[in-house]
Design a protein around this ligand. Sequence first.
Ligand code: S3P
Length: 461
Amino acid sequence: MKRVEIKRARSLKGEITPPPDKSISHRAVMLAALADGKSIVRNPLMAEDPVSTMNAMRMLGVEITEARNQKSEIKSNSELPWVVDRTPNSELIIHGKGLYGLKEPLDVINCGNSGTTVRLLSGILAGNPFFSVLNGDDSLKQRPMARVINPLKEMGADISGRGNDGYLPAAIKGRKLKAINYNMPVASAQVKSCLILAGLYAGGLTVITEPQRSRDHTERMLKSMGADIEVDGLTIRVRGYPPMSPLIKGGIEGGLNPLDVTVPADFSSAAFFIAAVLIVPDSEILIKNVCINPTRTGMLEVIKDMGGIVRLENIRDVSGEPVADIHCKSADALKAVKMDKDIMPSLIDEFPILCVLAAQADGLTEIRGAEELRVKESDRIKAMATELRKMGVELEEYPDGIAIKGGVQLKGAEVESYNDHRIAMSLAIAGLAADGTTTIYNASCVDISFPGFFEMLKGLI
Ligand code: S3P
């Protein structure tokens, strides 16, 4: 388990391309596997979480080959000496099996640390005519599964999980599903996507309504593949391709067209650098090729309210997603803000790094309506409260959020990642603005979403 030491930074300068988007990479692999024919996924994220999805799809009989692509579009061509570009430049060829072509796995599918893998896959497996068992690491085994098991059961799925259907491991015996009308109690793109995928196997129109808008990569990608899916405000309607035979041996009418997608950089990975530049004086960086899908960029609104300046340049479309270069400069002073439930889904993964920004903003920042953060890879409210206190921050923890008294001089400390990638990276950024040395224990978990994070950071210092 890696221990990393971070020292106060005097300034950050340069140009970076963060790793490819994790959510889009998961979806591209799964949906390509269900398409009729060969798909190309350019610039996929090759980190632990999406690799869990690739392994799962391989266990279900899907052939996935990886090729280096020298001509990748996502390549920095800057001549600047400080350019840090770790873009792996690879592409995946995925031989789609069609909606009903997956095969029964020979063993338990281990989804590792990845909530997206297990939740989305449950929706696919519920409609496939074989037996499968899903499991994960110690963190994933503690994360709620009832949120997908219950609505899948309403669709007629034969699925059960440990602890009265609450947790992994979960067992699924796929069968014919029926369309339902479902009002989601929690805004969650993982739950929504699980039900959309199950809806592909159901007879009729599955209608899903979310309480707040969560990330919509599944909807965009399925639409580009020719699926009959419509988004109307907070409601999503998807028409299924039910099996022709009641024994679900395949033979459906219609299906999904193959994909040819280029995955842009992940806003949630860029977020650490955006925050770093805001809190380290005399800094300026350009973050290239970042997906700025509006369901993901709530942090930019918060930064604007805090008085920080972040500019989006060269806005364009890449494979149906909006993409831009993000130009950031140090902030003279940041001011405290309030965040509530409504904005939460659009910055759900940025909670830990926003806590760090809050610690540097003058006044009391309040983040409420964030109870979902208690069931992420770690309890992120508790993790940030405990570790920021060690760094000298005064704060109050609530069941649904946190209040942070900002504008303090952070102190270097020995801090813990809880094996949560986003906690490790957020504490590293806090360390850049702290006196002395910050030592982060169990820091190798950054590989879940961002292999090379510490090297990229070093390149900017
Ligand atoms: C994700 C959705 C979010 C997010 C997670 C990735 C996705 O989870 O926190 O990191 O790819 O759909 P919820 O949808 O459960 O909030």
